[in-house]
Ligand binder design. Structure first.
Ligand SMILES: C[S@@+](CC[C@H](N)C(=O)[O-])C[C@H]1O[C@@H](n2cnc3c(N)ncnc32)[C@H](O)[C@@H]1O
Length: 356
């Protein structure tokens, strides 16, 4: 018999977790969407259209949720697994790496409060890789300990994974925290999820997902900004290469025309060429060069193409879309992690049931 796993998608954004679980096929379990929480209006609108069918409970601010500390808050519909990609500004490189001292970092405590109050069987959380550099790794250790000890206790696995190892041509690292309530299994030792050969993926390189038709001219680098964007100052580290077959991590502020060593730019020679793996020689002074379009951004994060249509229908600006895309969890990565974790959890629970 197939077991229903009800999920609460917290800090849902545009639904990286939701789209991930929709891809998972198993004859032992099936995911069922019970509730989501998201405070930002554009994300809510996209999520409602793209991810919500039927009676899904909608909660705005995580601070309104009922927990021991907030007994008058909104009670979340019953759920078995908590998904949460908690806000990462305070943990990311571009923030000031303050961790818990920053009020946004403190949103992590709301996750702990929920685990303490609802005691779901499982959780999968994700965040930016940089958290393991804060306080020399001390913050990550504190988080792990808190997640292991909360409620009746959880067995925890933490993995630092790269999207390009799990089916998407993007160098985006995420840290995953996967937990199972201690009373459900005797032990669970897991290596990281097995990698996927990118050559077998839907989009093995950026070239495969770049729009070959004419795109809005607004996506081309404005003439006056070309020099600043495409020239490397002497004191800057890193390469300014454009036409990367594996994209740099998408940023939430990519509408701001970052320098080429921080973002993703593509020349017409590469886009319309026939060599996905080879950077063409480009006339940097004169050739048309553009940023990625929102459709390409959704693809780079693993979302279906319909997201671009939904966002357009909703009248969401390019800059707001880049923010949603840049904050999202890569769908293929989510699917790989959750499937691997749940398959192993089910194996382990069967062993307990059969007294092995
Ligand atoms: C890192 S993003 C998660 C993105 C999501 N996993 C996805 O795939 O799109 C964090 C999300 O938390 C939302 N958020 C921030 N503060 C919140 C709060 N107090 N309550 C609910 N959501 C909040 C942000 O608007 C943002 O969409």
């Amino acid at each position: 018999m197939t077991e229903e796993i009800r999920y609460f998608d917290c800090f849902a954004g545009i639904g990286g977790f939701h789209c991930g679980v929709q891809r998972i096929k198993s004859n032992r379990y099936e995911f069922f969407h019970t509730a989501y929480c998201e405070v930002e209006k554009n994300a809510q609108m996209v999520y409602e259209k793209a991810c919500c069918i039927g009676d899904v409970q909608k909660i705005g601010d995580v601070k309104d949720i009922r927990t021991h500390k907030n007994p008058d808050g909104v009670l979340v519909n019953d759920f078995d697994i908590l998904f949460a990609g908690f806000p990462c500004q305070s943990f990311s490189n571009v923030g000031y790496r303050k961790g818990f001292d920053d009020p946004r970092g403190q949103l992590f405590f709301y996750i702990l409060d929920m685990l303490d109050f609802y005691k779901p069987k499982y959780f999968v959380l994700e965040n930016v890789q940089k958290i393991h550099t804060i306080k020399g790794g001390g913050l990550l250790d504190e988080m792990k300990k808190a997640l292991q000890d909360i409620g009746t206790g959880y067995i925890l696995h933490t993995w630092d994974l790269l999207a390009s190892d799990y089916g998407l041509p993007q160098k985006r690292n995420r840290i995953f925290f996967c937990g199972i309530r201690k009373d459900l299994v005797s032990e669970l030792h897991l290596a990281p999820p097995p990698k996927i050969d990118l050559k077998t993926a839907k989009y093995p390189t950026t070239w495969h997902l770049l729009e070959k038709c004419e795109v809005d001219p607004k996506h081309y680098i404005p003439t006056g900004s070309r020099k600043t964007i495409l020239t490397k100052p002497d004191n800057w580290q890193g390469d300014v290469n454009i036409d990367n077959p594996i994209a740099r991590p998408l940023t939430a502020t990519m509408s701001k025309w970052h320098r080429a060593n921080q973002d993703n730019y593509f020349s017409d020679s590469y886009i319309h060429g026939t060599e996905p793996y080879v950077r063409p020689s480009v006339d940097i002074e004169n050739e048309p060069i553009r940023r990625i379009t929102p459709l390409e951004g959704y693809r780079l994060q693993g979302f279906p193409d319909e997201y671009a249509d939904i966002a357009k229908e909703l009248g969401i600006s390019y800059s707001a879309q880049y923010k949603l895309i840049g904050n999202a969890l890569p769908v293929d990565l989510a699917a790989s992690v959750i499937k691997y974790f749940m398959d192993n959890v089910f194996d382990s629970m069967e062993e307990v049931k059969h007294g092995k």
